[in-house]
Design a protein around this ligand. Structure first.
Ligand SMILES: *Cc1c(COP(=O)(O)O)cnc(C)c1O
Length: 411
């Protein structure tokens, strides 16, 4: 039976009832955040530096609170995750034409941030477990001569950070982490974002905190952070930051770092301050849903879940699985079959970019590169968002649908 027969049949006959939840529905902003945002709007003081006297604005408070959460010396609240990445590359000294290593499987803002500073993305293969292939990385460090790795923890999968940092130290390559999907996650007890020069986070609606748009840049390096703060558009008001280096550090950089206005505002900061208090709880709630989904998919024939090592304390706000041998037609049918039953999957093997792009073939501003391993993995790879508005019972219903559709396709 294929999904068309499934559609024609009484759904209950095969035990699947269409799912009616929304894959894009996030939870509301906490009441305390809404109240603080309303009070701020009444005050009119939305710009981060528009504070009364010696008051500390919400953005500066948020920087201090996030630095504490992250365990980093410095934190800059910023307009987006993409801005955090491009500013960190520039502040790290990347110049136009420089090669910058990154994952071949990631989201468009990552190669985009590299291109935004005029640098050249050098794409590194990923493994079947969706993490950076450290062998290919080693080869490409040597052939490209790149001095910076923008490591994307794509979909929250973390490579062996102990092996990676050793390798990067040996080759004198600077690490910047794209933590858009690993806010709250750890490797061997160290928070994702604390392994290299800087961590870049996004607080855009689909990430682990939601301010519509927004992000953080974290680091322990004072001069790097001073540059980044000036670049973010601090003018000479950098002393009004919540987790910044001493004013003396800015003396050296303040007149030679271009302003790329990318500030966060107090309104978003209020929304985020209220959510930071719930972040760890929410990470646990994501993982409970992930475990339930993974359990429901574990023994589906032909379906492969990525292996997640003990050292990886992940935050699974999405789930990925591969179905080797399905082929493009089969994958299209699985997508359509699941969609007809209310389950929105993304398939990374799609030729034409839809919704968002994660295929390096769509990044034509960068030099075309051969990545056969990544292409083969993405051809079989499915992806699903896990909104916190779904219950554990919803998760069971969803896996029931995926099972039924795959069973129909593969029989
Ligand atoms: C969303 C995302 C970003 C960037 O976030 P924005 O805030 O949208 O700029 C970076 N990397 C990955 C992998 C992402 O999914």
């Amino acid at each position: 039976m294929n999904w068309r027969d499934l559609m024609r049949d009484d759904h209950s006959a095969v035990g699947v009832k269409p799912f009616s939840g929304s894959f894009t529905q996030q939870e509301p902003i906490p009441d305390a955040g809404i109240a603080a945002a309303v009070a701020l709007m009444k005050s009119g003081r939305l710009h981060r530096y528009n504070v009364k006297g010696n008051d500390i604005g919400a953005t500066a408070k948020l920087e201090a609170a996030y630095a504490k959460y992250q365990g980093s010396l410095y934190c800059l609240a910023i307009a987006s995750g993409g801005a955090a990445m491009s500013i960190s590359l520039r502040a790290a000294g990347v110049k136009p034409g420089d090669p910058v290593l990154t994952n071949a499987f990631t989201l468009a803002p990552v190669p985009g941030a590299i291109a935004a500073v005029g640098a050249r993305p050098v794409l590194v293969e990923v493994t079947e477990d969706l993490v950076l292939d450290l062998e290919d990385l080693t080869a490409k460090i040597i052939t490209s001569g790149a001095k910076v790795l923008m490591l994307s923890h794509m979909r929250g999968h973390i490579c062996d950070m102990d092996v990676l940092t050793e390798l990067l130290t040996a080759h004198r390559v600077t690490l910047i982490e794209d933590c858009a999907h690993t806010m709250g996650a750890k490797w061997n007890g160290t928070r994702s974002g604390n392994f290299g020069l800087a961590g870049c986070f996004s607080t855009q609606t689909y990430k682990h905190m939601n301010s519509g748009e927004g992000g953080f840049l974290t680091s322990d390096d004072p001069e790097f952070m001073a540059r980044a703060i000036i670049m973010s558009g601090s003018y000479m008001l950098y002393e009004r930051h919540g987790a910044a280096p001493d004013a003396a550090v800015f003396e050296k950089v303040r007149l030679v770092s271009p302003n790329i206005s990318s500030r966060m505002d107090n309104l978003r900061a209020e929304l985020l301050l209220s959510q930071l208090l719930k972040l760890d709880d929410n990470c646990e709630r994501w993982n409970a849903r992930y475990r339930r989904l993974a359990e429901g998919l574990r023994d589906v024939p032909n379906l492969v879940l990525p292996h997640r090592p003990q050292a990886e304390a992940y935050v699974a706000s999405s789930i990925q699985f591969r179905v080797p041998g399905l082929g493009p037609k089969g994958a299209e049918r699985v997508l359509a079959g699941c969609a007809a039953l209310g389950v929105e999957l993304k398939w990374f093997g799609e030729k034409t970019p839809r919704g968002f792009t994660s295929s390096h073939h769509s990044w034509q501003y960068a030099e075309a590169q051969k990545l056969p391993q990544t292409d083969a993995i993405m051809a079989d790879l499915f992806d699903m968002r896990i909104p916190l508005t779904f219950s554990l019972t919803d998760c069971d219903q969803i896996t029931g649908i995926i099972r039924a559709v795959l069973k129909g396709e593969l029989s």
